[in-house]
Design a protein around this ligand. Structure first.
Ligand SMILES: O=C(O)CCC(=O)C(=O)O
Ligand SMILES: [Fe+2]
Length: 334
């Protein structure tokens, strides 16, 4: 049975409106996302953050409506087969609801467990040819660590916290673009925008003793910033010429500790990530349908290495080692 497409779109639009409304009314991002994921949320009081009683009622009202609508949308997606629209919604073509586990778990394609059946460690390659990469890894969802793959990139001597701060503060509209059109992941920090990250004190940026740790990630979709970034890195040498890199650059940056908490992405394409500075360990966990045949694996990425992984097919979490700030740049490819 087909649900009329304008009815689907109306439902999706309603969903987007609610998300925007919740944001506008000051419902915290982490709370909105937890609600969208169907979690029970407790809004704790934090210094400098208080909801007045009226706003609390509106907030809870909105949260309940969102949960109900997410449930209806999920059930309809399943029954009437409009998973593609749901995927598009969360991918951000209409509105961005990042980390929306509830809807996406319903929409995601199941993993073919052959990809990891006999894999016990992440393969490591040096000087891999394009042909080998294409045959063994490009679209197989077998992750691979390519050693010393960024040798000629000027990013290695250029990218730093201050480089990104100067770039974003000098390119008009770029911070606004991250807020409106790209994605920002504050992880465990209190930052709500990339602008707030760049406004932190010099001491905190340098991880001085006693300062709060931070680790954040964001996508860049501002052409002015992209063109500067791309002067400093190239498409990885082992990617076939006809692969298209996404126009989005993904940047993850911060100090030691837990990086990204365990999650699955719904970007539909595999990704590469280059370690520009610092050391990061990735934990890969098979999806539930493959748990019985596949194993979890860890892989440590050193400065200059590129890690390729299909983040749609492997749950993943990251840990940043003590020492240099971890800075990575990456993209999706197809
Ligand atoms: O680099 C990280 O800490 C997380 C990266 C990630 O989740 C991704 O690339 O999908
Ligand atoms: Fe991810």
């Amino acid at each position: 049975m087909e649900l009329k497409s304008d009815a689907k779109l109306k439902l999706i639009d309603k969903f987007c409106e609610l998300h925007k409304e919740a944001t506008k009314r000051g419902l915290r991002r982490d709370v909105i996302h937890a609600v969208f994921q169907g979690k029970i949320v407790r809004v704790t009081k934090e210094p400098g953050y208080r909801l007045d009683p009226w706003l609390t009622k509106v907030t809870w009202g909105l949260a309940i409506v969102i949960v109900v609508l997410a449930t209806v949308l999920g059930i309809l997606a399943h029954q009437f087969d409009f998973k593609e629209e749901v995927t598009m919604l969360v991918k951000g073509s209409r509105c961005i609801v990042d980390n929306n586990g509830f809807l996406m778990e319903i929409a995601r394609p199941k993993t073919n467990c052959h990809i990891c059946e006999n894999l016990v460690t992440v393969p490591v390659e040096n000087n891999i040819s394009t042909e080998d990469f294409l045959q063994k890894y490009a679209y197989t969802a077998v992750p691979v660590l390519v050693k010393e793959a960024t040798r000629k990139w000027s990013a290695m001597d250029t990218f730093s916290f201050r480089f990104f701060r100067d770039l974003y503060t000098s390119v008009n509209g770029s911070l606004h673009a991250v807020e409106e059109d790209c994605q920002f992941f504050p992880y465990k920090t209190e930052f709500e925008t990339l602008e707030e990250v760049f406004n932190m004190t010099e001491e905190r940026a340098d991880f001085k003793d006693g300062e709060k740790l931070w680790y954040v990630g964001w996508s860049n979709c501002h052409p002015g910033v992209s063109s500067v970034l791309r002067e400093h890195y190239q498409k990885p040498y082992f990617l076939p010429n006809d692969t298209e890199s996404s126009a989005l650059d993904w940047i993850f940056m911060g100090g030691t500790g837990l990086g990204a908490f365990i999650h699955l992405d719904y970007v539909q394409r595999p990704s590469w990530q280059a370690q520009i500075s610092g050391v990061k360990t990735w934990s890969l966990i098979p999806t539930p349908e493959c748990e019985h045949v596949c194993q979890s694996m860890n892989v440590t990425v050193q400065k200059g290495d590129i890690f390729v992984v299909d983040t749609n097919q492997w749950y993943h979490a990251t840990y940043i080692h003590p020492g240099e700030i971890s800075i990575t740049i990456g993209s999706e490819y197809d």
